[in-house]
Design a protein around this ligand. Sequence first.
Ligand code: NAD
Ligand code: MG
Length: 410
Amino acid sequence: MRAAARRWDEETPELGLVLARTVTVLGSTGSIGVSTLDVIRHARAKYGADAFRIEALTANSNVDKLIEQAKAVRPKLAVINDESKYDALKAGLSGTGIETAAGRKAVIGAASRPSDVVMVAIMGAAALEPALAAVARDAIVALANKECIVAAGTVFHRALAASKAKIVPVDSEHNAVFQCLSAADPEEIAKVTLTASGGPFRTWSLDQMRAATPAQAVAHPNWSMGAKISVDSATMMNKGLELIEAHFLFAMPPAKLAAVIHPQSIVHALVTYQDGTTLAHLSSPDMRTPIVHALAWPRRISSPSKKLDLATAGTLSFAAPDFERFRCLKIALDCLDQGCMSPTILNAANEIAVDNFLKGGIGFLDIAAVVEATLANSSGANTEAESVAEVLETDARAREIARGICRRKA
Ligand code: NAD
Ligand code: MG
């Protein structure tokens, strides 16, 4: 028989593990969202039906999948961002006792409702306000989304400092850094290195890349992910966004951040200390590992992901990135150095360019060109954001400029 629910971090020696956490999953129908529910199902099967009760699930427009998920995991609330799908959501969940809501405000509202952990798995800068709502109420924020930190680093930091929220990164490299950090003083850290698989075009020539199709770009060799981040991996903008993310998450100066190509995606990040020690984090490339770490933090629980077997993995290799073929990485590094709102513009332009590429509007190498031209034509790159509103304004303006550039290229 289970004892009354206790808080996760209470000592529970007689029970071993008590999972009495409530979780909200923002972006439950995406790649990270689906993996999160898989981890939760596994925990419930292993530790009891009460493990990880779900407060809310949210999705953008895939109402059928949201209904199916809600029926399976029984959240208190299901929210669809696309208001035209509200009637379908209401009808699909009638009689279940699950509350329903629609629209952007309702997505932010879902993050504001009481739950221990909020998984932020929405794609793009659209995650910014929901993530800040979770920060404002001192939640544990399992942060998969990187665009919100890139777009609003300083403002996000200020909100965090004013709250008791705890960010546990889910992006695999940042989750790895989080686990390898053991310095009492940040000065003890000499370098933080993120690994990059190199994506599907790691060995392609520029000419081959020029003709790359959306289907080829999303076919990642090691990870199965949403379309946008898959294209970001192919351009290596993903690593650029992640270096900016690391700068803000770990307060690391740009000079102490580096990326290294590691095609096997087994080592996820390395932290090198002043004394010459390097701590690395290794695991099979399966997002359920960082997801379960963030959901259970600071405890460690069973997960459905495959455990690493180095004898089977065989060789681990490393190489320096090629900035000429992966121009997006270079542009992002320049924005990391420039600071202010240049990362806001970089991210907004990239979201528009990737969307256009996926829809067949522009070519693969045009993504870097659109981002570069948007940065050159935007104001605000040298201004520090003072508020969320300022970030959102700069983001919206950059999107408009990027859309215009895409139209001219199409
Ligand atoms: P995805 O496209 O598969 O899913 C995105 C989710 O967000 C969906 O549930 C969608 O309904 C929702 N969504 C999209 N736009 C929205 C909006 N405007 N308002 C509300 N909800 C919206 O994406 P993904 O691959 O799961 O990635 C999600 C985030 O996690 C991204 O920021 C990505 O960079 C990051 N991430 C993903 C992976 C991965 O393996 N997939 C790894 C590391 C980091
Ligand atoms: Mg990553």
